[in-house]
Design a protein around this ligand. Structure first.
Ligand code: AMP
Ligand code: FES
Ligand code: ZN
Ligand code: ZN
Length: 322
């Protein structure tokens, strides 16, 4: 297979674009598309300080490297956040993930903060698994969203970037159709502007980039990232959203371009109409931490979890309430 651009040996065939690319041209093509998406969807418009949440996995490590290039082009400040979730179960998963994130921050000379869930909030995800009766991945997702936003704000960022990729977004869209959980996809768009209770703009710059291409780009560039799956991932695979992910991959094989089409059409045609229709409900304020709560709730979900696990509120909130 020869590169469609220069005729050298190709490293990848892109079925939906019907082109084969050599290493150099794949990297160039991938990066040009990244910058095109940033501009087309105005992802970093007006951003002066971008916090990037890095788990140590291929997606967020790749995003960090791409945002470093973008910061040099557009002149915004870049700040790294990695959360030590306290997941071990004999695998040292969190310790390895944090080490890899820090390795990448240092390699790129990006200022960063390592947030230990245990030191800052008094509990770990392993403890939540033992003591809270809900799927561990759902507790973990909720905790990560809260901590990322809080730490980004505390460090003066106006934007928080995460490594969600095309396959993640396609799962959200399809799940909205299959299970009717429209709220989730509406809350998790590629660009969520700040609103009362959420000071930072949340962005997903890789939302149209296929997971397999991110992996290939990361490998070709020799990035250091963690290959090990989270020790709870087997549990997650039983959840139907993950099964939808496998169905999407299968359809993509037979119908190249299905996944990009699914997400792009949703973003261009469907989200704007649904957003215009949906009422924006007045959010409440958490009595413990002062951050936003769902309408009608006194205590946010994060603080409820924290109280169950530690029996206390946050020290910040204790200060705020005193
Ligand atoms: P996940 O929910 O694990 O699919 O992760 C989605 C995104 O959240 C990742 O691409 C990262 O940007 C961010 N993220 C996940 N885990 C962490 C972590 N431990 N520390 C910092 N960011 C994270
Ligand atoms: Fe959160 Fe696996 S990373 S449960
Ligand atoms: Zn080439
Ligand atoms: Zn709270």
């Amino acid at each position: 297979m020869k590169c469609s651009i220069c005729g050298k040996e190709a490293v990848r065939f892109i079925p939906y674009a019907n082109i084969a690319l050599c290493k150099e041209h794949f990297i160039q093509w991938f990066e040009r598309r990244f910058f095109r998406h940033l501009e087309e969807y105005k992802i970093l418009e007006g951003s002066r300080k971008v916090a990037v949440a890095v788990s140590g996995g291929k997606d967020s490590v790749t995003l960090l490297h791409l945002l470093k290039k973008a910061s040099e082009r557009y002149g915004f400040e870049l700040f790294g956040i990695t959360i030590d979730l306290g997941i071990d179960r004999g695998t040292q998963y969190s310790r390895k993930s944090v080490d890899i994130a820090v390795y990448n921050f240092r390699q790129l000379n990006v200022e960063y903060e390592v947030v230990s869930l245990k030191d800052s909030y008094g509990f770990t995800i392993d403890e939540s698994k033992a003591k809270i009766n809900r799927p561990v991945c759902s507790t973990c997702g909720l905790v990560k969203r809260y901590v990322m936003s809080e730490v980004a704000e505390k460090n003066g960022a106006d934007t928080l970037a995460t490594g969600h990729n095309l396959d993640d977004m396609a799962q959200y869209v399809l799940s909205a159709y299959v299970h009717g959980d429209l709220e989730y996809v509406l809350r998790n768009g590629p660009v969520t502007p700040p609103k009362p209770g959420f000071q930072v703009k949340k962005v997903k710059p890789l939302f149209l980039t296929p997971e397999e291409e991110i992996l290939h780009y990361a490998l070709l560039n020799g990035f250091q990232f963690i290959y090990d799956p989270c020790p709870y991932s087997e549990e997650f695979k039983r959840v139907s959203k993950e099964k939808l992910g496998l169905i999407i991959k299968r359809v993509e094989r037979d119908y190249p371009g299905f996944t990009v089409g699914l997400v792009r059409t949703f973003e261009r045609e469907i989200r704007p109409r649904l957003s215009a229709e949906s009422r924006s409900e007045e959010l409440g304020r958490c009595k413990i931490c002062g951050r936003a709560t769902s309408p009608g709730r006194d205590i946010c979900s994060f603080c409820s979890i924290r109280i169950k696990l530690t029996g206390m509120g946050t020290s910040q909130s204790e200060a705020r309430n005193s």
